[in-house]
Design a binder for this molecule. Structure first.
Ligand SMILES: NC(=O)c1ccc[n+]([C@@H]2O[C@H](COP(=O)([O-])OP(=O)(O)OC[C@H]3O[C@@H](n4cnc5c(N)ncnc54)[C@H](OP(=O)(O)O)[C@@H]3O)[C@@H](O)[C@H]2O)c1
Length: 320
């Protein structure tokens, strides 16, 4: 009898939660389809974290548009499986998998060196890979994992490829950030969470860092025909929440209200191809439309400070 009461009570709580939160979840996860028919024949695209989720769907779409798509994945086997599934959907897909572990600067450098040797042009770079709310763990270089992969890894990758992008201009850089930037702030006093660690806050910090990086890079690249925009893909069914039991539970519960990875890829695709964005730079997009940015994401001083701190951590000097 007691068990039955508990089950019924549990179901009532779940139903209440769904009624309460569904409108909000729907609001942030619905809409936005890239209507552009732009072709990418002869163009080369690089997508990080392309073996699954939003990255894989972005790779499929851009391959169908005729691009040569380089899928940068930390697990080559998983990447090859994803490439094979893309070829099953579109047999002419020009996709290739290359190894890139954003949690290891030597892997990033080796990846970029090989790319610079073997690829003449790079027209679109999509910094998509991400890790969310993992336990406290360090990258190979001693950086907190979420800041290390989501921000610092992409910061270094972009630095290493910026010359190639400029030579290939017009070129576009798309940085996959998140709505989570709204509740993030940059903890300059403890950027790598050495003093204290909260996995949720560290994720939000890394996504705010994505946005600030995109804006500062756009500012520095003005006049170069390389544009940089950031996106929030929506709330998307993917493996991203794997490290958080609560979020995994909530995402399963509200699964019906979340975007599919295909729908989640639309804003990245839009920013990568839409003709009307050809010279638009330094903006943030969601649902294939300009989106609002939290005040901390618009603070130019914070963006410059983060730029300097990131360059120092990575031991690099940008020449612009
Ligand atoms: N899903 C959402 O609701 C949502 C909302 C807002 C923003 N986003 C952002 O969207 C982006 C894509 O997320 P998703 O939802 O598609 O998640 P996902 O399915 O978990 O995909 C994340 C990708 O990043 C890769 N990755 C993780 N660590 C890496 C590393 N050290 N080096 C190279 N690649 C690494 C993963 O590779 P493995 O498969 O090998 O782990 C995977 O390919 C992320 O930047 C995320 O923050 C997602």
């Amino acid at each position: 009898m007691m068990v039955l009461v508990l089950i019924v009570a549990g179901l009532v709580v779940v139903a209440l939660l769904m009624v309460l939160f569904a409108p909000y979840i729907r609001k942030y996860s619905a809409g936005g389809t890239c209507m552009s028919m732009a072709r990418l024949d002869g163009k080369t695209v690089l997508i990080t974290g392309a073996n699954t989720g939003i990255g894989k769907e972005t790779a499929l779409d851009l391959a169908i548009r005729g691009a040569r798509v380089i899928m940068a994945c930390r697990d080559v086997e998983k990447g090859e499986e994803a490439a094979a599934s893309i070829r099953r959907v579109y047999s002419k897909a020009n996709v290739e998998v290359r190894e890139l572990d954003l949690a290891d600067t030597s892997s990033i450098r080796a990846f970029a060196q090989r790319l610079l040797r073997e690829v003449d042009h790079l027209h679109i770079l999509i910094n998509n890979a991400g890790v969310m709310m993992c336990p406290y763990v360090k990258t190979n270089d001693g950086f907190e994992m979420q800041l290390g992969v989501n921000h610092l890894g992409h910061f270094l990758l972009t630095y290493l490829l910026i010359g190639l992008l400029k030579r290939s201009a017009p070129a576009r850089i798309v940085v996959v950030s998140s709505l989570a930037h709204n509740v993030g702030w940059i903890r300059f006093h403890d950027l790598l969470s050495q003093g204290s660690y909260n996995s949720g806050l560290a994720y939000c910090q890394s996504k705010l860092a994505n946005l600030l990086f995109a804006r500062e890079l756009a500012r520095r690249l003005k006049g170069s025909s390389v544009t940089v925009n950031s996106v929030h893909p929506g709330l998307v069914r993917s493996e991203l929440v794997r490290h958080s039991t609560i979020l995994s539970l909530l995402f399963s519960l509200f699964s019906l209200f979340l975007k599919s990875p295909r729908d989640g890829a639309q804003t990245s695709i839009y920013c990568a191809v839409a003709e009307e964005l050809h010279s638009l730079t330094g903006k943030h997009f969601s649902d294939c439309a300009p989106a609002s940015v939290a005040p901390q994401g618009r603070n130019e001083e914070t963006a410059r400070k983060l730029w300097d701190a990131s360059s120092e951590l990575l031991g690099i000097v940008w020449d612009h």
